[in-house]
Design a protein around this ligand. Sequence first.
Ligand code: AMP
Ligand code: MG
Length: 491
Amino acid sequence: MFPTFSLRYVNLPGHFYERFDPVPVKAPKLIAFNRVLAEELGFELESFNAERATQWFSGNEVPPGAEPLAMAYAGHQFGGFSPRLGDGRAVLLGEVIDQQSRLRDIQLKGAGRTPFSRGGDGRSPLGPVLREYLVSEAMHAMGIPATRALAAVTTGERVARRTLEPGGVLTRVASSHIRVGTFQYFAARSDIEGLRILADHVIERHYPELLDHADGERYLALLSAVQKRQAALVAKWMGVGFIHGVMNTDNTAISGETIDFGPCAFMEAYDPRQVFSSIDEGGRYAYGNQPGIIQWNLARLTETLLPLIDADQDKAIERATEVLKTYAGQYEAEWLTVMRAKLGLAQEEEGDRELVEALLEAMHAGRADFTLTFRQLCDVAESDQAQAALFKLFDPLEGIDAWLGRWRERLGRENDAFDVIAARMRAVNPAFIPRNHRVEEALSAAYEDNFEPFETLREVLSHPFDDQPGRGAYTLPAAPSEQVFRTFCGT
Ligand code: AMP
Ligand code: MG
């Protein structure tokens, strides 16, 4: 029933990884299985055998054809460079070709100590497993590129963190797990040959359109292509109030998917300085810093590519700098595209940026809930009566009243009826996001062996843009007593 593996990474040179089988766990129980994704990957569900699946997704049994391995990578963590990180608690089972002929990695996270574990135990508590499950699937449902969650198991073992916690294993699916830090691993060893093999693998796998480029152009084009995808990705994050939390270079995927959902969270009251992660003491990865951090990470990627771009280092730097300089404009354009859509604007006008910024200022001043404000605006677009509910989100009210006047005037210059505008706004402004207190609630219940809140939340988040009757409570921000100020890393 496991789809046939079509192994790739294991066929790259031996120093790209360490062959490593997952370490079995004591008493695995399958607590979540993503049937829709499984079908997409080519699992035969008619013959689905939960017993067997539990063995596979816990790492107790290696599926037929898999050659498990831990990938080598390096990375800048909070600005400091580590030349050797690697999969310290994750094991890549291998790649499969999905129903749409796309290559997908299947990885177990929390699968035991690997040669890259350093001081760590190679395990994951159940909480981070479930958080990643919920948030990565929610991102996907919102149309944001992200790794996916195929399964979650409990291990029947305890892992020691601040307290003893139940252990879990997440089965994660990605278009690949290659990171900026993977490139840094080879660059740190001056392994130009390794870099070229990695870059060629990445081009073939994620950017096949670059195969036509002449040798001398291909790697510069790769930088440009990765930059474009990252700019588009972070603009989408900004559009839903997503805060990644640990944007280290080892947590930035070359494919342009959101990866490594650790202490991530969604902003409620709009504040560009918002940080949740307990380990982000300086606010390096605050909401408003994310576009700049991606640029910083791209600069680190650039450094690794220089020897491939031009044998003459000065020339390589000059050419790469030209690409990096286009980031700001690219990001701004992506962001404006996202924000225009959120405000129902299909036409482009000069003053649109300012209009968006004025709204954000009013939201900041009024501590308005990011998600609800935009969702309420969908209603306001077609009916003045919805205005009262919108105003309730702002305290103080200052600014939003005047702003609405400007927006209405601007909407009047769109060529569509107001109900049409409202409908297209609802298709991009989610009603349901993984609210932090709801995620915490699901995790706490799971720690008491009650997976119902997790299941319900998972179901609610799979239709983020629909009005879901009876689920109104899931649209609401935390009450003061439920507020989550800190999220803890997956480690
Ligand atoms: P992360 O914070 O999950 O992005 O991980 C950063 C680095 O630490 C990666 O190299 C991980 O493989 C490693 N790591 C995180 N948690 C553990 C753990 N419990 N045991 C071993 N290595 C870990
Ligand atoms: Mg990571």
